[in-house]
Design a protein around this ligand. Sequence first.
Ligand code: G3P
Ligand code: MG
Length: 238
Amino acid sequence: MQKTKIYAHRGSRGTKNEYPENTMLAFQKAIEHKADGIELDVHLSRDEHVIVIHDEDLDRTTDGTGFVRNHPLDELKEFDAGQGEKIPTLQEVFELLSGTSLELNIELKTNRFPYPKMPQKLLDMAKKMGESRKIIYSSFHLPTLLTIKKLDNTAKIAWLLESGIIANPERAIKASNLDALHITPTMFLPYLHRFEGLVDKIRIYTVNDAVEIRELAKIGIDAVITDVPDVAREVLGA
Ligand code: G3P
Ligand code: MG
């Protein structure tokens, strides 16, 4: 059984957003906190740069307003994403991770706006910048993931689900040629028998409780996606 990995959810943001989510500060902290990977969310700017931010709009996490897709990169860079941090581009994150072995989970926020150019753009960037880094593309929007797999059948795709009961996880994985499922503790823990032989294809989000992190690691899932990689590291050891 391989050791459960720790992915920093939107960076090592902390439970109270101590390090603002999806900022370079939160990603630097993830490295310091010895996370094994980083989860981040992406959108496209008006001039088609890959922008790291959770929401479709700027309002919650920055001092800007309106949709990310309506602004070019130079305008987006004017906004404060918390504690004076700027909104990062994916390119900047790749550069930060260069020379580290951290895995990168890129969540495509394509539910509301499909960003048709995003899949190819990400694959091109990964090829150019990814070195040998493990990159996982995840999304709540299954068609986006299928497009990625069609463009590159070696790309790793993970379907994100937030509620419901997966009657047959093995069939769900096989049917869409998925590499993993990213699901919540309540979709997983009460139904462990259904995941027999599959736990290495399961990542669970967002797990911040030390007891739950320990329990999930004992089961042997691939990774916990957590706001508190420092806590998780203390629980799981080096
Ligand atoms: O990838 C896990 C998690 O990030 C999915 O939900 O809303 O935090 O992006 P959200
Ligand atoms: Mg996310």
